[in-house]
Design a protein around this ligand. Structure first.
Ligand code: SF4
Length: 283
């Protein structure tokens, strides 16, 4: 079997940066718990490694002792969470990815212009929840056509809509939702640079190119990792069967008979060691 690896693949600059910040904070005060609000990144291996070094993960700041240190993940948080941290006297270590910070700034700018804002993304994802919190009265998460219709119903007099997106969705998804909004009589306004981050875009382009050569593509990444799921979808949309694997152990359950050229890629939160382990197992 020929094995081709997509370039680029794997860990992005935002996740690597968040990890450096977390490891630096742990090393700075050995023995002290570093409280992390939500998973630092959506990868269970990375999260387990941090836990072993003294990090504790919580989904509610009320669980963090007053005055303790709390780390905000690469996915960012809403202003309400920042205010809650301040009210509890928490020392914030902020690992929000700059690409996510940019979407927050855009949301504030459009909200100040009193425009309705369509945030194309996945409901409930940490990043989306954080951006939504910038202006909950003006932002609507638009994941489906029905969501676009609901936005239209909430802003019946609007002629324009600002369009923002989660950094890790596919361009196809953004285009589909923009078409829905146009069909509902709303003229889209975009930020100067679109929100899908460079890392996501480059990894999606690489997997699309790989789909032309491979008979099957394996995407290594956690099942709750948005960008990993998108990579599998992009491969499938390009006509190549694709499977999302959480780790090399899951390889044994796969039927790859008949596959002569296998493509590999990994999500933006997947450590390179895991891909190396998968390659060794394949060999
Ligand atoms: S996928 Fe993009 S937005 Fe998310 S952490 Fe990585 S670089 Fe930042």
């Amino acid at each position: 079997m020929r094995v081709l690896v997509a370039q680029p693949h794997g860990m992005c600059s935002g996740v690597a940066r968040a990890l450096r910040i977390a490891l630096g904070a742990l090393a700075e005060r050995p023995g002290e718990t570093l409280w992390c609000f939500h998973e630092l990144v959506h990868n269970e291996h990375v999260v387990a490694g941090l836990r072993a070094r003294g990090a504790r993960f919580v989904d509610d700041l009320a669980q963090v002792p007053r005055g303790a240190r709390v780390l905000f993940s690469a996915h960012g948080v809403s202003p309400a969470i920042r205010a809650q941290a301040e009210a509890r006297g928490l020392e914030v270590v902020d690992a929000t990815c700059p690409f996510v910070g940019k979407v927050h700034a855009e949301a504030r700018a459009y909200a100040a212009q009193a425009l309705p804002i369509a945030l194309v993304g996945h409901k409930g994802h940490d990043e989306v929840v954080g951006v939504l919190g910038e202006a909950p009265e003006r932002i609507r998460v638009v994941e489906t056509r029905a969501d676009a219709e609901a936005l239209r119903a909430d802003f019946p007099d609007a002629r324009e809509v600002a369009v923002l997106s989660q950094t890790t969705v596919s361009q196809d998804m953004v285009e589909a939702r923009v078409a829905d909004l146009r069909a509902l009589g709303l003229a889209p306004r975009f930020p100067d640079r679109r929100d899908i981050c460079t890392a996501t875009q480059e990894r999606q382009d690489a997997v699309r190119a790989l789909a032309r050569e491979a008979d099957h593509i394996l995407v290594l990444g956690s099942r709750n990792s948005s960008n990993s799921k998108r990579l599998a979808e992009v491969a499938q949309t390009a006509g190549c069967p694709a499977t999302l694997l959480a780790g090399p152990d899951e390889l044994d359950a796969l039927d790859l008979s008949g596959v002569r050229t296998l493509g590999l890629t990994s999500g933006a939160s997947t450590p390179e060691e895991l891909l190396d382990a998968l390659r060794r197992r394949l060999a």
